[in-house]
Design a protein around this ligand. Structure first.
Ligand code: GUN
Length: 326
């Protein structure tokens, strides 16, 4: 079962997760899940899906991205999405608007894209400037073209365990868990972070019924957030078989908070000053070097959930083009 995105040391034949986790206390490191390698594999699958769709005489999937203002991080993320789309054969366009664009103009654009049969997927890069209501704008995209899964209908269907376009970060975490073989059935999961676009959908996927229309992970999920006292958070994480951190707090999860053999998935994106280089560097929410000595599996930042999120957005774009959900 071991795949390219899991680096050594490997499980020996017959060795259980439990044995491995016990050994980790005497010096074994966690298996570091390479989101970069896993995303490459998924992108190959998507490219194959796009090729067969187009070879059957269908229109090539097309992703329209609306980008407002000059937030450098947003521009970087959008460039990454466009590049990844091109690599799997998905056409894309960026509709760039100045930061003082009106909400009405933005909604006119989404109306036009909704009605355009050449466009299969639409997303509005967030955050938007303060004079706009993100909820109204997200609801302006047709649910069937809403590749971010942020429309109220897609969120509602997700919460009802129905098929929907699922937010890409939540799908990325789900796919990492499934493809790595991390068990969730009857297990304790902590999700640290309750944002509507990340923490909430992750918790939704993991606690819901595995036999419903959109199968869930059947885990016992605890959701922690900014008002969970740190000592309470530790009580929960020490019970957890899987810890998923999407809080935006560097080193929120330290090794004393992790049970031996737990799987740790780091969704954090934090830019911090690196005193050794004098530059800014990207880190997650987990004290990676210490926690990897205790965990069974761990995702790094960068190179973990981030690249997987882009891959899952492309998967949503193909699903939207093929009208598989709606
Ligand atoms: N900004 C940060 N993450 C995201 C995302 O997943 N989708 C959109 N539209 N904007 C974002």
């Amino acid at each position: 079962w071991r795949r390219a995105w899991q680096r050594s040391p490997v499980f020996l034949p017959g060795e259980s997760h439990r044995q491995r986790s016990l050994e980790s206390s005497i010096g074994y490191d966690a298996i570091i899940i390479s989101g970069t390698e896993m995303a490459k594999q998924i992108q190959k699958e998507i490219q194959h899906g796009v090729d067969s769709w187009v070879s059957l005489g269908n229109r090539r999937p097309h992703l329209s991205i609306i980008l407002v203002g000059d937030n450098p991080a947003s521009h970087t993320y959008v460039r990454r999405k466009i590049k990844a789309a091109a690599a799997v054969g998905i056409c894309s366009e960026i509709i760039l608007k100045p930061k003082d664009v009106s909400q009405e103009e933005l909604l006119d654009i989404t109306d036009q894209l909704n009605a355009d049969p050449r466009v299969s997927g639409i997303l509005v890069q967030l955050p938007l400037p303060d004079h706009m209501d993100e909820r109204t704008v997200c609801n302006g995209i047709s649910p069937e073209k809403d590749v971010d899964g942020f429309h109220i209908i897609n969120i509602g269907r997700l919460c009802l365990d129905q098929h929907s376009l699922i937010p890409a970060t939540a799908s990325a975490v789900w796919e990492i868990i499934r493809r790595t073989g991390i068990e969730t059935f009857g297990k304790n999961v902590v999700v640290a972070g309750r944002s509507k676009n990340v923490g909430m959908p992750i918790a939704m996927l993991l606690h819901t019924d595995g036999e419903h229309e959109r199968p869930g992970g059947d885990a016992t999920v605890t959701i922690a957030h900014r008002y969970t006292p740190k000592e309470q958070l530790k009580i929960h994480t020490l019970l957890a078989d899987v810890i998923i951190v999407a809080a935006g707090v560097p080193k929120l999860i330290t090794s004393d908070m992790v049970k031996e053999g737990a799987a740790v998935i780091d969704v954090g994106i934090n830019y911090v000053h690196d005193p050794t280089t004098g530059k800014t560097k990207l880190v997650g929410d987990v004290d990676f070097e210490a926690v990897k000595k205790k965990a069974s599996f761990i995702t790094p930042v960068p190179g973990g959930v981030g690249p997987m999120t882009v891959a899952m957005l492309l998967k949503n774009t193909l699903l939207a083009a093929k009208k598989i959900i709606y």
